[in-house]
Design a protein around this ligand. Structure first.
Ligand code: ADP
Length: 586
């Protein structure tokens, strides 16, 4: 049964009040009963004293007729029964009986109240009146008339009358109690309502605050218990809000950290259902959604599941697993799976190692290329020296050929080492250089002058299509090395009698320095790789021409250091266009 606190209070008050009323009623009943008995007794005594005083004041001798008349008169006035008994016990007068009935009354000498009156001067007794056939309370006093007559004057009242007084008293108490309850119930209802109203309001507010629908505070009036309760609850609500804010802040931070991680993070529970997945994991695995709540076998691609040792019960940290996700683009991923600390389940961390693997491969290829490039001239030098020592010293012509080969390959070795050193210097220091505005024409003329002799050897003409006003934002030394490389290649890889053109052209918002030749050109599939280290279109021809295959790789790094870009395009009907796009001047 669902009884409200208020009803419980009302019921408790009712029980307590009923008990209290009952105790009060019993006590009142007892006290008032005793008081009324004492009052009746004292009244009877007072009446007896009055009757005695009247009797003793009679001047004439006391005859039965006189005494009876007096008893009748007193009985009428005093509304009690008055009996006057002679010393021998004969009833001389009685307020209720007259004539024959009076004469017929039995002798009262042995009545206990009469005996007590004679012996102690005052007698009290309760007994059943045979004369009146009802229980009576008697009070008796002796009297002595001046003319010698003695006797006892007795007043009496019916115990029914006394009982009636008690009954009236009980009724009065009962009705008083009923009235009290009739008034008390609505009053207590009102008072509990009045008392509980603020409590009910507080309960409703607290409920709203707990459910988060209420952010304001409870009103605090005065400094009583309810005000204290409201203050405490407000403090509690404040602490709860602070705690929630802190938790939300921490959660936001955690989420931000997780979402900002370049590694993919996936948490699974003991049922292997996904409980967390960050943005990187979604991107790395190319998923449409985060798959929260779904079994990992359904949510993740098959290669991931195959690679993961999904033993969530194990407390052992598994070694990493590497696997390939078919693209496009194909990617190499590294997965770590570890048990979650303090929680059933596991944490999977995914790392994209595609780029690292590509760099590893390039590094391996580079080392292989360097070894290969160095081995060839070294072998030639070794073989030439050995032949010279063993047999060719006597043959001057043969010796000359061998020493020329040794010299050429030593030079080539030195050039490879020099280019490698420059490349490694440029890769180690990628800091951008300070750029300034320069007139382009003198810089181009300087580079052309350096290579004019080579061009003349092949009857190659170089045309410079620049005005003196052409200004660019550049670093003169880096620009010189880039331009020299472009021109050197153009002279090397174009047939004799070709024409070269150097010009400056706007390209979008930038300016491009272009070196155009009308040689054989470069096939598209070679153009893509031409700026890679050791890449050559025709390795045999290149070596013959003394190239190292590092020139354009160095050019690319030089351009990056000054914030520029380089590239190559084809020229119709044949030839190549190498360009350098200067940084945009804002
Ligand atoms: P190298 O030092 O061998 O010249 P580069 O990196 O400068 O190396 O050039 C790479 C390759 O690009 C060369 O081997 C050559 O095959 C090709 N190449 C460069 N410039 C030209 C050009 N103007 N015309 C045709 N082929 C070129």
């Amino acid at each position: 049964m669902n009884i409200t606190v208020r009803t419980r209070c009302v019921i408790s008050f009712l029980i307590l009040t009923t008990i209290a009323l009952g105790v009060v009623a019993v006590y009142l009943e007892e006290t008032l009963g005793e008081w009324s008995d004492a009052h009746v007794l004292s009244e009877l005594r007072r009446y007896a004293l009055t009757a005695r005083a009247l009797l003793e004041a009679q001047e004439e001798p006391l005859h039965n007729a006189t005494v009876d008349a007096l008893a009748n008169l007193l009985g009428q006035d005093l509304t009690v029964r008055v009996t006057i008994i002679a010393a021998d016990g004969t009833v001389m007068g009685d307020s209720l009986l007259d004539g024959e009935d009076l004469i017929a009354m039995e002798n009262h000498a042995q009545r206990p109240e009469v005996l007590a009156a004679w012996q102690e001067g005052f007698g009290v007794n309760k007994h059943f009146s045979t004369t009146l056939s009802r229980p009576m309370l008697y009070v008796a006093l002796p009297f002595h008339h001046v003319l010698g007559t003695s006797g006892v004057v007795r007043t009496a009242i019916s115990l029914h009358d006394v009982q009636a007084i008690h009954t009236r008293l009980d009724w009065a108490l009962f009705i008083g109690g009923l009235l009290f309850i009739a008034i008390w119930i609505p009053m207590s209802n009102l008072s509990t309502r009045w008392t509980f109203q603020p409590l009910r309001f507080i309960a409703a507010q607290v409920h709203s605050m707990v459910r988060g629908t209420q952010t304001s505070r409870l009103p605090v009036h005065g400094n009583d218990t309810l005000a204290g309760l409201a203050t405490s609850l407000n403090l509690l609500a404040e602490e709860k809000e602070d705690m929630l804010t802190l938790l939300a802040h921490q959660k936001e931070q955690m989420t931000a950290v997780l979402q900002s991680m370049s590694e993919g993070v996936i948490a699974i529970d003991s049922q292997q259902q996904i409980t967390l997945m960050n943005r990187s994991a979604i991107e790395l695995l190319q998923l449409q959604e985060n798959g929260l709540g779904r079994p990992i076998q359904q949510a993740l691609p098959a290669p991931v599941i195959a690679a993961l040792p999904l033993d969530t019960q194990s407390k052992v940290v598994h070694p990493h697993q590497e696997f390939t996700l078919p693209g496009p683009p194909e990617r190499q991923l590294l997965a770590f799976i570890t048990p979650l600390h303090g929680h059933p389940g596991s944490l999977i961390v995914l790392r994209d190692v595609t780029e690292r693997r590509r760099l590893d491969r390039i590094q391996r290829e580079f080392v292989a290329n360097v070894s290969h490039e160095l081995r060839t001239p070294i072998s030639i030098i070794q073989a030439s020296a050995q032949t010279l020592r063993e047999s060719a010293l006597e043959d001057p012509e043969y010796s000359r050929i061998l020493t020329v080969a040794m010299e050429r390959n030593a030079y080539r070795l030195g050039k490879i080492v020099a280019d490698l050193l420059e490349l490694s210097r440029l890769e180690a220091n990628r800091d951008p250089v300070a750029l300034h505005s320069f007139a382009l024409l003198p810089l181009v003329e300087e580079a052309v002058a350096l290579l004019q002799e080579n061009a003349d050897e092949k009857a190659i003409t170089i045309q410079i299509a620049l005005t003196e006003q052409s200004m660019v934002l550049t670093h003169p030394d880096l620009l010189h090395r880039i331009l020299a490389n472009f021109l050197d290649n153009a002279i090397k890889y174009t047939p004799a009698g070709s024409r070269l053109l150097v010009q400056l052209k706007p390209h979008g918002q930038r300016q491009r320095l272009e070196v155009i030749d009308n040689g054989q050109g470069i096939a598209p599939h070679h153009r893509e790789h031409i700026f890679e280290r050791f890449y050559r279109v025709d390795p045999g021809q290149n070596r013959h021409m003394g190239g190292t295959g590092l020139g354009l790789a160095i050019v690319k790094h030089l351009a990056e250091r000054m914030g520029a870009e380089v590239g190559v395009e084809e020229v119709q009907p044949h030839g190549s266009l190498f360009w350098l796009a200067f940084p945009h001047t804002s």
